[in-house]
Design a protein around this ligand. Structure first.
Ligand SMILES: Cc1cc2nc3c(=O)[nH]c(=O)nc-3n(C[C@H](O)[C@H](O)[C@H](O)COP(=O)(O)O)c2cc1C
Length: 186
């Protein structure tokens, strides 16, 4: 067997009981054979300051190194005020800098979102996809994993229990891996 496809996952929420963090844990359970997933917590990443680009904080260096080493990226994000949370945008901004050292360059990426509302964070996903254009990332388009009315779909231990949703996460991961292998061939 070749080297497994390595995926780095992070959530756009710092909340301990975050539904989006729980989606990443579900992804860990649903990982296809031949892949591995490491989850990085964005807690502790300071606000972006361009003055620090030449000597980035250690946690940002660590985040960038993990992205660089990963074959693919998986992001689970809430929607805040119809967009992505500042915490997520901030982390992405750090990892895209300094100019010429955007570690997301050319990486395949898959997105999931969960929200307590009826649109499941869909609007945040499209804002995030807009950033992928400038970052030059390659997003998986299907399936769209959009978890609506989240409180009904996780049990008291934070396990994602929605059967259709779990099937979609599995399919998303399979597509991310296929996509990654295709891009690696070039
Ligand atoms: C600052 C803020 C803004 C929010 N804006 C939205 C929104 O625009 N759309 C939405 O569906 N939910 C919104 N919510 C509710 C989130 O869906 C909910 O808090 C969700 O649990 C956050 O994800 P998490 O569980 O991963 O932390 C907002 C929550 C916060 C704290």
């Amino acid at each position: 067997m070749n080297n497994p496809i390595s995926i780095l996952g992070f959530a756009g929420s710092l909340r301990k009981d975050s539904y989006n963090k729980a989606l990443l844990r579900a992804a860990l359970e649903l990982l296809p054979k031949g892949s591995r997933l490491e989850i990085f917590d964005l807690e502790g990443i300071p606000p972006f300051n361009q003055d620090l680009e030449a000597n980035m904080p250690p946690i940002v260096k660590e985040f960038k190194a993990k992205i660089r080493a990963a074959d693919a990226i998986l992001i689970a994000t809430p929607e805040y005020n119809y967009s992505i949370p500042g915490v997520l945008k901030n982390a992405i901004d750090w990892a895209s800098r300094p100019h010429g050292d955007n570690v997301f360059e050319g990486k395949p990426v898959a997105v999931m979102s969960a929200s307590i509302g009826m649109l499941g964070g869909a609007r945040a996903q499209y804002h995030l996809r807009q950033s992928f254009v400038y970052l030059n990332m390659y997003p998986v388009n299907r399936p769209e994993v959009i978890v609506t009315f989240a409180p009904q779909k996780f049990d008291e231990k934070g396990k994602f229990t929605d059967e259709i949703g779990r099937k979609l996460i599995r399919e998303l991961l399979e597509n991310l891996i296929k996509w990654t292998l295709k891009l690696k061939k070039d």
